[in-house]
Design a protein around this ligand. Structure first.
Ligand SMILES: [Zn+2]
Length: 445
């Protein structure tokens, strides 16, 4: 994927769009950004607002979640629909729209999430594609929850989605092996956080990643693998596939956190699926970010308050899985890009340019050019900031990154020309965000 450049310029906005970029531009209202960086708004393609899980609901809804996103320089999110029974894609979309439409303060879309590839889903593929819902989310795990597709269905869906320009995104873990290992750990009475780790070993991800990549290559279809947690998975892809049609995503939690946290008293606050891994897995992920094999960092934002996490009663089977993240994506990936020896431009590629291209939003989003949406972040690279739940806007009482020092701070966020966040002040009105009609997936990317 081609990059973008960094230079000094004025940016003129007109209405919702960028009118021109050049020198000595003037306008009715001028904002000085000397010494600051301006880049396209961040696109978090993996959020779960108001997601029911283990008897509770993720603590950010579409209002609190998108407000926090705006404070973190995020101007677009892609969340998920859900499927009940064998229904097609429309009912789930309509249910989520009722929640999102009156509340979102930034632009949004959905991946259509299914646990069953039914006839009704197949019938709706064309509808989804025509209406800009150009990605589906499936699982190779969570059999008991009714979410796991078997290999036959995965292959069939890969074959049938491509002609409609729909990209299949997948949670790749080996569900059968994991459920067997969970039974073993529970039988031993090992239901604490270490049991969670032991029952989802790295090979269960690596195996599923390799299998679904083979299926995608055989179907001659693209595939996007969400939340890669193991460096071994990224390395496997490097060795085995030259195809440019396999897209990989990782999340900040797999780059910055490791399973030594599970040994601590509040280890269950850090629980997600797949779990954070041994520190040794991080090098392979970082290498993947640097060599371009991993194209996207997104958050899998799915926060549960300490009260909700504490309902687990020392049994990981009761634990609401997920971590907060939408507001800390930019601070961690750009503000700590030096940890990975990534340039600021490379960091922005991972969290804005590439997600826009892969998910059919480019060039309206993910770039600054005349005619594109004026979604801008004004970033002061000279200021240091310490991350803390007390000063973050997400609706959660802890941060997995408490005390992390990051370089730079978001001073202003605009969404289609409107200032929605300015020096700590959130100004966005609920419901101002727009549903985005995404382009069909094109395999040339
Ligand atoms: Zn997720």
């Amino acid at each position: 994927m081609d990059g973008f450049s960094r230079y000094f310029a004025d940016i003129a906005l007109e209405g919702e769009k960028i009118a021109s970029i050049g020198n000595n531009l003037s306008g009715r209202k001028e904002i000085s950004a000397s010494g600051k960086w301006i880049f396209p708004g961040v696109i978090d393609v993996h959020t779960h607002f108001s997601l029911p899980f283990a008897g509770v609901v993720s603590s950010d809804d579409f209002l609190s979640g998108t407000r926090a996103a705006a404070a973190g320089g995020v101007t677009t999110i892609i969340d998920f629909t859900s499927q009940v029974g064998d229904e097609g894609l429309r009912p789930g979309f309509e249910r989520r729209m009722k929640m999102a439409e009156p509340n979102c303060v930034i632009d949004y879309s959905f991946h259509a999430c299914i646990g069953r590839f039914s006839q009704a889903v197949e019938n709706d593929l064309q509808w989804a594609s025509d209406n800009g819902l150009t990605s589906l989310k499936i699982f190779s795990a969570y059999k008991k929850a009714g979410l796991m597709l078997d290999d036959g269905k995965i292959y069939d869906l890969l074959c049938k989605s491509k002609p409609n320009g729909i990209l299949i995104t997948i949670h790749a873990e080996n569900g059968d092996v994991i459920e067997n290992l969970i039974e073993k750990e529970v039988f031993k009475g090992n239901t604490g956080m270490i049991g969670h780790s032991i029952s989802r070993p790295p090979f269960t991800e690596v195996e599923a990643v390799s299998r679904v990549c083979r299926l995608a290559c055989s179907a001659n279809s693209p595939i996007y693998i969400v939340h890669l947690s193991c460096g071994e998975s990224a390395k496997f892809i490097e060795k085995s596939f030259e195809s440019g049609r396999i897209f990989l995503e990782t999340c900040p939690q797999y780059l910055f956190l490791d399973d030594s946290l599970f040994g601590k008293g509040n280890g269950h606050f850090f629980a997600s699926c797949p779990p954070i891994r041994q520190k040794s897995q991080q090098a392979g992920l970082i290498e993947g970010l640097k060599n371009g094999r991993i194209q996207v960092v997104a958050t899998d934002h799915c926060p549960f308050t300490s009260q909700a996490k504490n309902t687990w009663r020392n049994d990981f089977r009761n634990l609401p899985m997920g971590l907060p993240g939408v507001e800390t994506l930019l601070p961690l990936i750009l503000g700590k890009s030096s940890v990975f020896q990534l340039s600021p431009n490379d960091a922005i590629k991972l969290i804005s340019v590439n997600p826009a291209k892969i998910f059919g939003l480019y060039p309206d989003k993910g770039t600054l050019q005349p005619g594109t949406d004026a979604d801008l972040v004004v970033y002061n690279p000279a200021v240091k900031k310490i991350l803390s739940a007390k000063t973050l806007n997400m609706n959660i009482d802890y941060s997995p990154y408490e005390g992390f020092e990051t370089q730079g701070v978001v001073e202003m966020t605009t969404s289609r020309g409107e200032i929605i966040f300015n020096n700590g002040e959130l100004r966005a009105k609920p419901g101002r965000g727009k549903l985005l009609k995404r382009r069909k997936f094109e395999c040339s990317q």
